[in-house]
Write a protein that binds this ligand. Structure first.
Ligand SMILES: O=C(O)CCC(=O)C(=O)O
Ligand SMILES: [Fe+2]
Length: 518
């Protein structure tokens, strides 16, 4: 599950570097082999142009006759049946196989492709721009850059084919049409040139594209693509059948209907539009001047420990109550926390009934850090306690959960608190998650904001800052306004750390109330 954490993707670079070395060795050996063959070729052809001009004369020489017979009996055989090519290839393959455990698998490829399609959707990116290495969306009929990458990578026809095929296999023709269209265009542009690394061909792209169009109701386009395919391969029986079928359908159906290209439905359609709007606009926070109750200050919480080093507090929202503490951690602390977490990173899970399971709606890896009182984790606990006035010691606070997002990594709208009595949140026997304290351990170049769906605002990632909110009303009921999400990371390597604080242990710090409004 390499695609679920950018850290693992970075590690994959090292594997490819080794493969490059293996391929260099292979090429060198093959070049040596070809040199040897060329030398033999030159030797024999020289003999024929120089020595054998008058055969009767030359063969009278027993040495010439002997070497001819020897060559024909053994030298040619050794050259033609040489095992060297196979040995070279086998050496390459066995080196490659040594790295196999560290190579991405099919699930990784599919996960990465789905990540690209997620970014396409959430940020309304144009596929035709993406394949040119640009992150653009159409606004008022014009392509505008959402982000300008420092390095731009173009996609090949085969790259697009693979993304399109992942969509196609999920019967998601909305995406397969767009990606296969680009694939066919790029394959056409590349001409008939064959590349050994490719998985698909123009024919494959046309085949999948035609069927995708047929499935979305565009029969006439499906027909013309199939005809184009037959032009390249007139003997493809299946496509010949399809052409007949499409022609019949077109006669029967009369003039074409509008085609139905709609995005596949998801589990959270109701909040999807708001979620995506909040992710797209970095400036979707409310304006401070619009509400004087939203302010910035230096906060000490009346605690002597904070008087000399007050926290820079920014009240972001009142309902739900959300605050940002700027510069909550130092660069070194953030780096240390990330390194401590690295060995323990595992695919993130979500509550599924009483159990926990992986899900497409949360793409990241996470690790739990216990840490003693003297450790960095302990120091952060202390600082969280000072700021929030809450008891964060285990089991009143959960261990620190460090999260690293993957390709298009995200966490769709959810509550941090348990919404069912059977939730694993209650395993600690310290009640529900009353509050969330989340630290942004890295900057993110684009995307990755934290969006509050019902409250209608989003907070962009602020490196080294921490965000805090109450999940429960004072009467213990969950506050629905805290429905929130981690937007897909467009560009960057996003790391956060979650500290979830429970109800118990706070009796003197955070008083209960029966008023459901508080
Ligand atoms: O990464 C984010 O911005 C939000 C993460 C989150 O909500 C969570 O981990 O529960
Ligand atoms: Fe959350």
């Amino acid at each position: 599950e390499m695609y679920t954490s950018l850290l693992n993707v970075k590690q994959a670079v090292r594997v490819e570097r080794k493969l490059i070395d293996y391929l260099r060795t292979y090429i060198d050996h093959e070049l040596d082999r070809l040199e040897d063959i060329k030398r033999f070729y030159a030797k024999v052809s020289n003999l024929h142009t120089e020595l054998y001009k008058g055969p009767a004369v030359t063969m009278a020489n027993p040495l010439v006759a002997f070497t001819l017979i020897k060559r024909l009996h053994s030298e040619w055989l050794n050259v033609v049946y040489s095992n060297e090519a196979l040995e070279n290839l086998q050496a390459l393959r066995s080196s490659y196989e040594e790295e196999e455990a560290d190579l991405p698998n099919l699930e990784d490829l599919q996960g990465a492709a789905k990540g690209l399609m997620r970014l396409q959707d959430v940020y309304a990116l144009q596929v035709s721009s993406l394949v040119r290495g640009r992150f653009q969306r159409v606004t008022n009929g014009e392509s505008v850059d959402v982000y300008m990458p420092a390095v731009s990578v173009q996609l090949s026809g085969d790259d697009c084919f693979l993304v399109g095929k992942v969509a196609y296999e999920q019967e998601d023709y909305y995406h397969s049409v767009q990606w296969l269209e680009e694939s066919a265009r790029l394959f056409r542009g590349a001409g008939e040139e064959w590349s050994p690394e490719n998985e698909g061909t123009l024919e494959d792209a046309l085949d999948h594209l035609a069927f995708s169009h047929f499935k979305t109701g565009n029969v006439s386009y499906a027909l013309s693509l199939s005809q184009e395919l037959l032009h390249h391969n007139p003997m493809n029986g299946r496509v010949l059948q399809n052409v007949k079928k499409y022609e019949k359908l077109l006669v029967a159906a009369g003039p074409p209907r509008g085609t139905g290209l709609t995005r596949p439905s998801s589990s959270f359609l109701r909040t999807r539009d708001t979620y995506e709007r909040l992710c797209r606009t970095r400036g979707s926070q409310r304006r401070h001047f619009a509400n004087p109750q939203l302010f910035c200050d230096y906060f000490t919480n009346n605690n002597p420990a904070l008087i000399l080093m007050p926290a820079e507090r920014e009240v972001v929202s009142l309902q739900p109550y959300v605050v940002l503490y700027h510069d909550f951690v130092t660069d070194t602390e953030a780096e240390d926390i990330k390194s401590l977490a690295q060995p323990g990173l595992r695919r993130s899970v979500v509550a599924a009934g009483e159990k926990q399971a992986t899900a497409d709606y949360r793409i990241s890896k996470s690790a739990w850090l216990k840490g003693s009182a003297q450790s960095i984790v302990g120091k952060l606990d202390q600082r969280i306690s000072l700021l929030t006035g809450l008891n964060v010691k285990h089991p009143y606070g959960e261990y620190l959960q460090v999260v690293n997002y993957g390709i298009g990594g995200h966490y769709e709208p959810h509550f941090d608190h348990a919404t069912s009595p059977s939730s694993p949140v209650f395993k600690l026997k310290t009640g529900n998650r009353v509050a969330t304290f989340m630290i942004y351990l890295s900057p993110v170049e684009a995307g990755g904001s934290t969006a509050f769906i019902y409250a209608n605002f989003s907070v962009p990632v602020v490196e080294k800052a921490a965000i805090f909110w109450w999940n429960l009303h004072r009467n213990g009921e969950g506050n629905d306004d805290t429905l929130h999400a981690g937007c897909p990371v467009l560009i960057g390597d996003k790391w956060v750390a979650n500290k979830w604080i429970h109800e118990y242990g706070q009796e003197f710090q955070h008083c209960c109330s029966l008023n459901p409004q508080e």
